[in-house]
Design a protein around this ligand. Structure first.
Ligand SMILES: [Zn+2]
Length: 87
């Protein structure tokens, strides 16, 4: 799930970059860049959020997002290494 989210996030982000570039080209010929680059920028933001969700996990104690490799929660200081073995 997390690996899939990371790949999906990267793909959507790359697609967003391409759409932004295309939007810039279209915008420069039409004369309004802000309107044509918005879909690409939005897609880039969505891709970044999906990638972030894929590269993090929820803390079992405070339910805030922490990195998969983390052994201790940076928000509440809870021990994540013991919980990981139980699952
Ligand atoms: Zn926590």
């Amino acid at each position: 799930m997390s690996v899939l989210a990371k790949i999906l996030g990267r793909l959507i982000f790359c697609l967003g970059v391409m759409i932004t570039v295309v939007g810039c080209v279209i915008g420069s010929t039409v004369g309004a860049t802000s309107g044509t680059t918005m879909p690409g920028v939005t897609l880039m933001a969505v891709g970044a959020v999906i990638y972030w969700i894929g590269s993090t996990k929820a803390c079992p104690q405070c339910s805030k997002r922490v990195k998969h490799a983390a052994l201790e929660c940076k928000h509440c200081g809870g021990d994540l290494s013991a919980r990981e073995k139980a699952n």
